[in-house]
Design a protein around this ligand. Structure first.
Ligand code: NGF
Length: 288
C-alpha cells in the first residue's frame, strides 16, 4: 500500500450530477499519464462532503470498474452519520477496495473517546484495513502522539493520512510507529515529509502533477536531496499559482486543457470566471 496516491477529482455536470464518462477519463489520466500508484476516492478533493450517499456509491462503483486492479484503491468513507460510514465501508469492501479511510468526525467537537468509538464502530463492521484521515485545518480535530497511538492499537488501523504542517508530530509518529503507514497530505511539503521517511503521499495536485510528485518522493528516498529540492521548487511554483486561482476549479480546468472531461465543481463551490479559466490554461501551458 506504499506509494503515491492521487486524491481523485470527480467530474460533475452543471446540475451537480456525476458525469460518469468524465470520471472515467480522470481515472485513466491518473493511471496512464500521471502513473500514480493508487487513487484515494471520495476525499476532500472528490468533493465528498458536498454529495449524497448514493452519489458516493456511484463514484466508488465507476472508479473500481474503470481502474480494475491497475492500481491500489483507498475509499474515504468517513461521514458524520456513522451509519452511513459503516454502510459505505461495507459497500467498498465488497467492491474490492484495498483499504478504507475515514476522516476524523468533525463539527460537534467530539472528545477523543467518541473519536475512538467512531473508528472502532466502522472497523467492527468490515473485514478491511483503515487509514485515519487527519486534516486538522479543516476538521478542527488535533490529535496528539498518544491519541494516534491509541487508535493504532487496533491492528486494522494500518496508518494515517497526515495532512498537517506539524513536522515535529510527524517525526514522533514515524519514530514511535515504524510499522504503520504514514501518507503525507500536503503536496507542497512532500519533500520535507519524505525526508522524515513517510511511506507515501495522497494529494489533489497529483491529478495534474503526479509524475513530478513521484520524482520528489523517489529522489528523497534515494538520498538525492538537492535534485528533489529542485523538483519541489518547480512543483511549488505550480501549486502557488493553482492555490491563488482557486484550488479545485483550477485543477479541473487544467484537466480540461489536457482533454480530460473534468466538468464542474459542486455548489456552493463557485466556478471560475472567464479570466480564471484563462489563468488556469496559462498555468497549464507554463508549468505542465
Ligand atoms: O485539498 C486539501 C485540503 N488537501 C489536499 C489533500 O490533503 C486532500 C492537498 O493535496 C486529500 O488528500 C483529499 O482529497 O482527501 C492540497 O490540496 C494540496 O497540498 C494543496 O494545498 O487542504
Amino acid at each position: 500500500m506504499k506509494g503515491l496516491y492521487t486524491a481523485l477529482m470527480c467530474s460533475f455536470d452543471e446540475k451537480g450530477n456525476v458525469n460518469e464518462k468524465g470520471l472515467r477519463e480522470i481515472v485513466r489520466y491518473n493511471i496512464d499519464v500521471q502513473q500514480v500508484d493508487g487513487l484515494y476516492v471520495n476525499g476532500s478533493t472528490g468533493e465528498n462532503f458536498l454529495i449524497s450517499k448514493e452519489q458516493k456509491k456511484q463514484i466508488f462503483d465507476v472508479v473500481k470498474n474503470e481502474a480494475g486492479d491497475d492500481v491500489k484503491l483507498i475509499a474515504q468513507v468517513g461521514a458524520l452519520n456513522l451509519d452511513e460510514a459503516v454502510e459505505l465501508a461495507q459497500y467498498v469492501t465488497q467492491l474490492g477496495y484495498n483499504a478504507i479511510s475515514a476522516v476524523t468526525p468533525f463539527y460537534y467537537k467530539f472528545d477523543f473517546d467518541e473519536i475512538k468509538d467512531y473508528y472502532n464502530a466502522i472497523l467492527d463492521s468490515v473485514d478491511n484495513d483503515l487509514i485515519i484521515y487527519s486534516i486538522p485545518a479543516l476538521t478542527g480535530v488535533n490529535m496528539n502522539l498518544e491519541q494516534f497511538g491509541e487508535l493504532f492499537e487496533n491492528e486494522k488501523v494500518i496508518g494515517v493520512k497526515f495532512t498537517a504542517p506539524d513536522f515535529f508530530l510527524l517525526e514522533r509518529i514515524r519514530h514511535a510507529y515504524p510499522d504503520k503507514l504514514i501518507y503525507s497530505g500536503f503536496d507542497e511539503m512532500l519533500l520535507s515529509a519524505s525526508v522524515l521517511n513517510v511511506d507515501g503521499a495522497i494529494g489533489s495536485t497529483f491529478n495534474v502533477n503526479g509524475k513530478r510528485a513521484k520524482q520528489i518522493f523517489e529522489l528523497a528516498q534515494n538520498g538525492q536531496i538537492e535534485e528533489a529540492r529542485e523538483v519541489q521548487k518547480v512543483t511549488n511554483d505550480l501549486i502557488a499559482e493553482i492555490l491563488d486561482n482557486g484550488l479545485y476549479p483550477t485543477i479541473k480546468e487544467i484537466l480540461k486543457y489536457k482533454d480530460v472531461d473534468a466538468g464542474f465543481c459542486r455548489k456552493p463551490m463557485k466556478s471560475l470566471t472567464q479570466e480564471g479559466v484563462t489563468k488556469a490554461e496559462q498555468i497549464a501551458e507554463r508549468h505542465l
